[in-house]
Design a protein around this ligand. Structure first.
Ligand code: SF4
Ligand code: SF4
Length: 104
């Protein structure tokens, strides 16, 4: 685990998730794609993901995206923005699905 990932453990993830609500019954589709052949395991995606959906397992040189990402992603695209290897592609979920930011 990277130092950054250790720091993320200290955050109360439920407080981050409480800033949004999810549209019920609307299918997001797959809106993040990951190309492991491009990934070098740098861990930047895991460092920036406030929902802790990315990780680089101990002893591995590839990132892993949680299979639960469609129900927990905050749609910030930070993982896409920081990946210098272009291993992550991001688009918004299907129209009418995904999150709405509270107080936004
Ligand atoms: S930021 Fe990109 S290259 Fe680095 S671990 Fe994540 S997916 Fe792999
Ligand atoms: S878009 Fe944001 S919340 Fe979703 S997986 Fe990427 S960094 Fe995490």
């Amino acid at each position: 685990m990277t130092g950054g990932a250790k720091r993320m453990e200290g955050l109360d993830a439920w407080k981050v998730q409480d800033l949004v609500y999810r549209v019920e019954g609307a299918e997001t589709g797959h809106f993040i794609t990951f190309d492991p052949d491009r990934c070098d395991g740098c861990g930047a995606c895991a460092l920036v993901c406030a929902a802790s959906l990315w990780s680089v397992p101990e002893g591995m040189d590839k990132a892993r995206l949680s299979s639960r990402y469609r129900g927990n992603c905050l749609e910030c695209a930070a993982c896409y923005a920081v990946c210098e290897r272009d291993a992550i592609d991001y688009r918004y979920p299907n129209g009418g699905s995904g999150i709405v930011i509270r107080h936004g």
